[in-house]
Ligand binder design. Structure first.
Ligand SMILES: [Zn+2]
Length: 256
């Protein structure tokens, strides 16, 4: 009995220690429901600063400094290029239509809130920081958004996995899979190039949550199932080099 108690005490200690090791204090919290913008900002600010720092350690120039604000809109989450802010929403401030969306694809009210929370108060914060990075190199192309969305989903997956949020990513994965099992593919049958179709319809899909969600959650599931996890510092290093190369090519093309 005594040894059993000692063993379980040891297990608890090891568990606490390993958790302390894997979860960076900068990214504690998030992936949960928030009832006010102050608490969400308090939890997101260190994570946003952590992302900024990682980029700046790789390339001190241009000074990458994205901010974060809570402002509930029908877009739910986005990167605002002018103010250089990631903007996200609170569940209880969403319109009834948007709440109904999460309810339709969840088993109950509590799950609906969690579905929103893990993505919009979690995963997509890093995703939008990725859009901020593409914008810092002036490489956002409104006619080729499929690739940019995929790239920033890769950034978000690798970021959260690197800072000890693998369990939270698994929750996202389960919600995304359940959603995809219920929603029909918005691409018309017989379409040969799905990416071209998405690029062509990107801006009209945005306000249609089922269709836009289908694309976003398909990308999430594809990356989750098929892409190798890479440490975020290594991933950003490679990705920033690619952005620099693309920016050079763009200048050359414009000069020709
Ligand atoms: Zn996006």
């Amino acid at each position: 009995m005594k040894s059993a108690i000692l063993f379980s005490l040891l297990t608890v200690t090891c568990f606490l220690y390993s958790n302390a090791q894997s979860v960076s204090p900068a990214t504690d919290g998030l992936f949960r429901l928030y009832s006010d913008s102050a608490s969400l900002t308090r939890d997101a600010a260190p994570m946003v600063a952590d992302f900024n720092n990682r980029v700046n350690r790789i390339r001190p120039e241009p000074d990458f400094n994205v901010g974060f604000i809570v402002y509930t809109t029908p877009a739910m989450v986005y990167y605002a290029p002018k103010s250089k802010n990631v903007v996200t929403s609170l569940y209880h401030e969403l319109t009834d239509d948007h709440k109904a969306f999460f309810n339709t694809y969840s088993d109950n009210e509590e799950d609906a809130r969690l579905f929103f929370a893990v993505f919009f108060n979690g995963f997509y914060i890093a995703h939008e920081l990725g859009h901020g990075l593409v914008a810092a190199y002036s490489l956002s192309d409104p006619e080729a958004m499929y690739r940019e969305e995929y790239d920033v989903n890769m950034i978000a997956m690798n970021y959260w996995n690197s800072v000890g949020k693998a369990d939270e990513l698994e929750k996202c994965y389960k919600f995304a899979k359940a959603f995809l099992a219920k929603v029909p593919d918005p691409v018309p049958q017989g379409t040969e190039d799905r990416i071209a179709w998405f690029n062509e319809h990107y801006w009209e899909l945005g306000p249609q949550p089922e269709k836009y969600g289908y694309f976003q959650f398909s990308q999430f599931v594809d990356i989750y199932e098929n892409q190798k996890r890479v440490h975020i510092d290594e991933y950003l290093e490679t990705y920033i080099s690619q952005l620099e190369e693309r920016a050079k090519q763009k200048i050359n093309t414009n000069e020709e």
